[in-house]
Write a protein that binds this ligand. Structure first.
Ligand SMILES: Nc1ncnc2c1ncn2[C@@H]1O[C@H](COP(=O)(O)OS(=O)(=O)O)[C@@H](OP(=O)(O)O)[C@H]1O
Length: 267
């Protein structure tokens, strides 16, 4: 797949012209070229480019503020925004489940919900894995509540590309995040707000009256499972309330699938 580049009159931005949708797999040169271009764009422009270029595109979201900004932007860019994927770990706060309904109602977008394998309720999950399984093995817990259901979702829906809500200013492993990534399974991951800071995200949410998690008004900032999410103090990092006091900053969804699977299943 050859690409041609076009420069505007100022000579600053160079738009690689790839097939629509992109044909996969991308070479590392193509990925670099795309990232160099996307890095010059606004989140809305990145999302428009994604709608045109990314095959079988979905948005994976836990309805965090960043994902909500993307949902709102997409609703203003296209009549048929990418469908959503929500991995229901069964341990979300009630307020998160209410937010899912608020978003469905306001935007009329389809939410594909995937739960841990063979489980409809927490009781089902605890029958299989025991109570407080996250205290037994964090990695195995992450695999069975998020990584495996996500992989099942991608296969069931023939997903080739997802929009995520990760940003560089969230720090840790995200500090050097690029607009477009290819994971070890070949899935394309687009991070349209990779450059935005928390205040920018918050201002967009307020200015556009985007529905948000009611827990935010109580001092929470980043919301995951109830047993690993706490409030943050003024001046603390936005993700400081996730796995507080533990040496952990990621839920496994954005780690290498094959090593997560091997750790949890031995295969
Ligand atoms: N449960 C679930 N279902 C679907 N997608 C999910 C889920 N958890 C995380 N994500 C995706 O990862 C983005 C970052 O989430 P977080 O900052 O909460 O971190 S973490 O992934 O939980 O470690 C998150 O961004 P948002 O869209 O802002 O929520 C999603 O793109």
């Amino acid at each position: 797949m050859a690409s041609t580049s076009t420069s505007d009159s100022s000579g600053t931005a160079s738009a690689p012209s790839f097939s629509k949708p992109l044909s996969l797999p991308l070479t590392s040169e193509q990925l670099d070229e795309i990232n160099a271009y996307l890095s010059t764009l606004s989140p809305q422009q990145i999302l428009s480019w994604a709608i045109d270029h990314l095959p079988n595109l979905f948005q994976t979201t836990a309805f965090g503020l960043t994902g909500l900004v993307a949902i709102d932007m997409l609703s203003k860019l296209t009549e048929s925004p990418p469908p959503l994927i929500f991995i229901d770990t069964l341990y979300h706060f009630q307020e998160t489940y209410e937010l899912v309904q608020d978003v469905e109602k306001k935007y009329g977008v389809k939410v594909n919900v995937f739960k841990p394998d063979g489980c409809e309720t927490v009781q089902d999950f605890e029958k299989k894995h025991g109570e407080r399984f996250w205290e037994v093995s964090e990695d195995a817990y992450d695999y069975w509540v998020k990584v495996e259901p996500a992989q099942r979702a991608y296969q069931a829906l023939s997903v080739k590309s997802v929009i995520t809500g990760r940003r560089a200013s969230q720090g840790g492993e995200r500090s050097s995040i690029k607009p477009l990534e290819v994971d070890s399974t070949g899935l394309l991951k687009l991070n349209p707000l990779f450059k935005w800071t928390f205040p920018l995200v918050q201002a967009y949410i307020d200015e556009n009256d985007v529905p948000r998690n009611k827990l935010l008004a109580q001092g929470y900032r980043s919301v995951g499972d109830w047993h690993s999410t706490s409030k943050v103090k003024e001046g603390e990092d936005e993700r400081a309330g996730r796995w507080k006091g533990r040496n952990k900053t990621e839920c496994g969804l954005h780690k290498d699938y094959f090593s997560m699977k091997a750790q949890a299943t031995g295969v």
